[in-house]
Design a protein around this ligand. Structure first.
Ligand code: LP5
Ligand code: MN
Length: 277
């Protein structure tokens, strides 16, 4: 088993890209096409994928099934691009079952969550972000269960079709949970409940816990956290010089299209909007 990297040092001044939450799936080819174009044209010498790259990943053996044309195509694009740049992969809550077989086929290196990146004279904490949403209590219990090695061994021993059915059921459940929160939010809004924290919780928009983000940065001696998951791109100030930089999810079909890369160049981070180029 490949040991995920905890500390990454990148020498040289080549630019470094960060992406997450592409949720690639065969029923949405426009985002795949945009991503594939980006992979062929990016000037980056390293790419960090910070989770939820695939919409769902039920086990690496899916790649050998007759239904995996799309996923194999994604893996080929990654492998081709890996001849020009180093590709690092961190698991998200959708693709935590993507393991060595797929990593090897794509020629990607696995990352721990969180991990530290040192590059261009700066250092960053990288995370998917889900484990830092401390208010998302039910999800965190679920996460604890499914990240357990014993649970994963048992789950992966089930027939592929059964795993795919469970994954579909989980997706339905997850959407139902979020709809429930949104409905409660609408009701609270119409009865004039005003409190930004309860707004976030009621909307199901759990966010990264500020104190937890600060203590993580402090313990890892960094002041910039880069993460995805929350689908609320932006830069959020934390204690003192600390900051939290949130990646955008991707959706080529939304208006305007969301196709954004965070890029580190000459020691500075900036957002590169592919839809504008
Ligand atoms: O993904 P999204 O944006 O909808 O919501 C997430 C959290 N939901 C999830 C679940 C995934 O969407 C679905 C799983 C993807 C497939 C993985 C491969 C197959 C593994 C199958 C595992 C059984 O991550 C959502 C968060 C939200 O982010 C925050 O923004 O709140 O969390 C949930 O909805 C989880 C529920 O709150 C808890 C549900 C517990 C149910 C336990 C069922 C166990 C079934 C075991 C079967 C063997
Ligand atoms: Mn996520």
């Amino acid at each position: 088993m490949h040991r995920p990297l905890k500390d990454i040092d990148i020498e040289g001044s080549g630019c470094i890209d960060f992406i997450s939450d592409l949720h690639l799936q065969p029923s949405e080819m426009a985002s795949f096409d945009a991503w594939s174009r980006y992979m062929h044209t990016t000037p980056a010498s390293s790419l960090f994928i910070l989770g939820d790259f695939f919409e769902v990943w039920a086990g690496d053996d899916f790649l050998e099934s007759e239904y995996a044309d799309f996923e194999n195509r994604c893996i080929r694009v990654l492998n081709d691009a890996s001849k020009r740049m180093a590709i690092f992969f961190m698991a998200g809550n959708r693709d935590f079952l993507l393991k060595d077989k797929a990593l090897d086929a794509a020629n990607m290196k696995a990352l721990e969550d969180p991990c530290i990146l040192r590059a261009q004279g700066a250092q960053f904490v990288l995370s998917h972000g889900d484990a830092m949403c401390l208010s998302d209590v039910d999800y965190l219990k679920f996460r604890h269960m499914v990240r357990d090695e014993g649970w994963q061994t048992q789950f992966l021993a089930k027939p592929l079709q059964e795993r795919l059915a469970i994954a579909r059921a989980m997706r339905v459940k997850s959407e139902e949970e979020k709809a429930k929160y949104r409905k409660a939010f609408e009701t609270a809004k119409s009865t004039n409940v005003e409190n930004s924290n309860s707004e976030n919780t009621l909307m199901g928009l759990h966010d990264v816990d500020t104190e937890f983000a600060n203590s993580t940065l402090e313990s890892l001696h960094c002041n910039t956290l880069i993460h995805g998951h929350t689908h609320r791109p932006g830069e959020y100030p934390l204690l003192g010089e600390n900051r939290r930089i949130v990646l955008s999810d991707w959706d080529a079909l939304s208006q305007p299209a969301r196709l954004e890369v965070l890029r580190l160049k000459d020691g500075h981070l900036f957002r590169h909007n592919l839809a504008a180029h």
